[in-house]
Design a protein around this ligand. Structure first.
Ligand code: GLY
Length: 404
């Protein structure tokens, strides 16, 4: 997946816009029709492919990834940060297809995940419990799911450090004092949602403090984000700015840019605070104007990866960015919205080709190939990942609900 033509995405996006303004309404209608057909096909595929994934995954664990070279599936326990994505993906597939067996499988997996509502070992509870139970409650309105979400928010909030006004991502170690990673922005959705749905308002206040401090310290002047900012949690002072999964401390790790984009767009959804909207728009600009964005708009694993254009891709970054861009488009006026939606369309269209989307029965039952978990740690390189599938499905549902 390394030899893909290297062309600045600016050319591509402006090309897309020109095509739209030149072709007028007919082109736009054709595009919609193509997208509708593509989304329909992808969900029809997903419902079958995820039956393969279910078969490959013992009942007491969650899928994690699959290694094609030795035809080996890897699973995780429910404490792994990704444990909510599989049930979440099943719920998205059910939402679109109404396939009863898919809902049953989702319910079974929620059953093994539920106990993690008390987990406080890191900041990942939002990923784990909101991508899963958040969707389950939204779709089924089962009150037991809401109780689980509320308990999860209480657990996550124990990681808030009032002196620093931050949620601590990982525990202190010999390497980090009080680390906060940009990914943490995603966990704020759980907290905001609980406050907005009858829960304690302190969770929204915690989210706001965390998002504000992150704007202050996590971003460079070009709106790219550091991966890790290490803090003294007693004073709130920055100890160092660094990376863990990126190419270098100073690089723009692609998925991190996606987390930032999604996170500030989501913060605007809940607060309507224009500072968050502007932050999201500036992050989008960094991503979409980046000269290292490939022509198919599936980012290299790091925008500054060594070896571009032969560096590995990260399909998960593309699906995450596509989903975030579609939401950002909801909060912006026509010309700007077109830029975001055109970019998301391109990402989703590329992901839906044979270059990224697996064939039925292959890829361990996952939908997408070619994601990168943590290249510097030699972990999960050029593999399928649960969250690549999750945000891909979410983005297609968003497209269907908002733009068709
Ligand atoms: N949140 C961890 C990752 O994006 O790999």
């Amino acid at each position: 997946m390394k030899k893909v033509m290297f062309v600045s995405c600016m050319l591509l996006i402006s090309g897309g816009l020109l095509a739209q303004s030149g072709g007028g309404k007919k082109d736009a209608a054709n595009k919609k029709q193509q997208m509708k057909q593509m989304i329909d096909e992808q969900f029809k595929f997903a419902v079958e492919q995820y039956k393969v994934l279910a078969k490959n995954t013992p009942a007491n664990v969650m899928p994690k990834t699959y290694y094609a070279k030795n035809n080996k599936s890897e699973t995780s326990d429910t404490k792994w940060w990704c444990s909510g994505f599989y049930p979440g993906s099943l719920l998205y597939i059910y939402e679109y297809t109404k396939d009863a067996a898919t809902l049953k499988e989702a319910e079974a997996r929620l059953g093994i995940l539920e106990k993690e509502k008390h987990y406080t070992g890191n900041h990942d509870l939002g990923f784990m419990m909101f991508c899963s139970f958040g969707n389950a409650y939204r779709i089924t309105k089962n009150p037991a799911y809401k109780t689980t979400i509320d308990t999860s928010a209480a657990s996550l909030s124990t990681r808030y450090r009032p002196a620093a006004k931050l949620i601590q991502s990982w525990n202190s170690s010999s390497r980090w004092k009080g680390p906060v990673i940009i990914d943490n922005m995603m966990n704020l959705e759980l907290l905001n949602w609980v406050s907005a749905n009858g829960g304690d308002k302190k969770y929204a206040a915690i989210s706001k403090s965390h998002a504000d401090k992150t704007i202050l310290n996590h971003f460079r002047p070009d709106y790219s984000s550091y991966h890790v900012v290490d803090y003294d949690m007693k004073t709130g002072e920055v100890v160092k700015k660094a990376t863990w999964q990126g190419a270098a401390d100073s690089s723009a790790w692609s998925r991190g840019q996606g987390w930032a984009l999604y996170g500030y767009t989501m913060m605007y959804r809940f607060t309507k605070d224009k500072r968050y909207l502007n932050q999201a728009k500036n992050i989008a600009k960094f991503i979409l104007n980046n000269p290292n964005m490939p022509a198919d708009m599936v980012p290299y694993w790091d925008f500054d990866a060594p070896g571009i254009p032969n560096a590995d891709r990260d399909a998960s970054a593309a699906s995450l960015m596509a989903s975030a861009l579609l939401e950002l488009g909801q909060y912006t006026k026509k010309a700007e919205r077109n830029t975001y939606v055109t970019a998301a369309e391109k990402m989703l269209t590329s992901l839906s080709t044979d270059a990224y989307r697996a064939k039925l029965g292959e890829n361990g039952g996952f939908l997408l190939m070619h994601s990168t978990g943590a290249l510097p740690l030699k972990s999960e390189v050029d593999v399928p990942l649960t969250y690549a599938d999750y945000y891909y499905l979410e983005a297609m549902l968003r497209y269907k609900n908002w733009y068709l």
